[in-house]
Design a protein. Structure first.
Length: 276
């Protein structure tokens, strides 16, 4: 997840006591939002300023104690921390609804840019999974209009939510890749590399299949391209643990060491086969 913290986007301090109100119970799930006004896309270097503008509108125009959303997602796929995981949002319509679900806003409007980009859908999916894994939030997913009289989050985002918010490259199912010329990753050799390969660049790589897996993690947005050096070091372990959590595993099952199920799923998405 490409998270932009409040400090990184230059958030104002929230007002107390209301802005510091914590959730009193686990969240049912996540509600998606849009801006509900005209929105023009912009280069990413201007997105932080737009988030600051929204915060000003919410605090100075509406009298709220902070920006209303838990998280916001720009068209470039970056997830901006709003009230975050612990402080109750104010975007869902009333106190009961705010307490019930997180509020994730996609930066698209009712006119102008109305369709989310693929990068934005990936970012929104990352935000949903972040809320579920670290919130905690349950599996329920919907839009602002569920239980509140509004057109938010717009037809495009709402239809995506009702499909379960699939990542845009799979449409809700695993993509198939032609079987010809697909690399094969040996699970036992990969695990051995994960336990043995040093993280230092320039040292010999014990198993070339590591590069195949790292390339897949880069494609998933979980590993920086500069760290995909063929070594299954700490950065790759951390990235693979994120993949395991994305697949629904937790605890010891998400320790960053590949297992047959998670590796097969990654290979099916990213064009390689697995053997044990």
């Amino acid at each position: 997840m490409k998270l932009v913290t409040r400090a990184q986007w230059g958030a104002r301090d929230y007002r107390t006591p209301n802005g510091a109100t914590p959730y009193s119970r686990a969240r049912r799930g996540v509600k998606l939002h849009y801006l509900g006004t005209e929105f023009a896309d912009r280069t990413h270097d201007r997105c932080g300023a737009y988030i600051r503008l929204l915060q000003d509108q919410h605090m100075d125009g509406r009298g709220w104690s902070d920006i209303g959303y838990s998280f916001l997602v720009c068209t470039h796929g970056y997830v901006y921390e709003g009230r975050g995981l612990k402080r109750r949002n104010s975007a869902n319509g009333n106190t009961t609804l705010n307490e019930q679900d997180y509020a994730v806003c996609l930066l698209v409007g009712s006119s102008g840019r109305t369709q989310p980009t693929d990068e934005q859908l990936h970012g929104a999916r990352d935000a949903i999974e972040h809320c579920r894994t670290n919130g905690p939030a349950g599996d329920w997913l919907g839009g602002h209009r569920d239980g509140y009289a509004t057109t938010c989050p717009g037809d495009a985002v709402y239809a995506w939510a009702k499909k379960g918010a699939p990542r845009p490259d799979d449409g809700g199912s695993e993509p198939e890749t032609p079987a010809t010329e697909r690399p094969v990753v040996d699970l036992s050799k990969l695990i051995a590399a994960a336990k043995a390969d040093p993280p230092k660049k320039g040292t010999p790589v014990s198993y070339p299949g590591t590069k195949v897996v790292e390339a897949a993690l880069v494609a998933e947005g979980l590993l920086a391209r500069s760290l995909a050096d063929g070594h299954f070091g700490s950065a790759t372990v951390d990235a693979y643990a994120l993949w395991q959590r994305r697949c629904g595993w937790s605890g010891d099952d998400a320790d960053g060491l590949p297992g047959i199920a998670s590796l097969t799923k990654l290979g099916k998405r990213r064009g390689f086969d697995v053997k044990e």
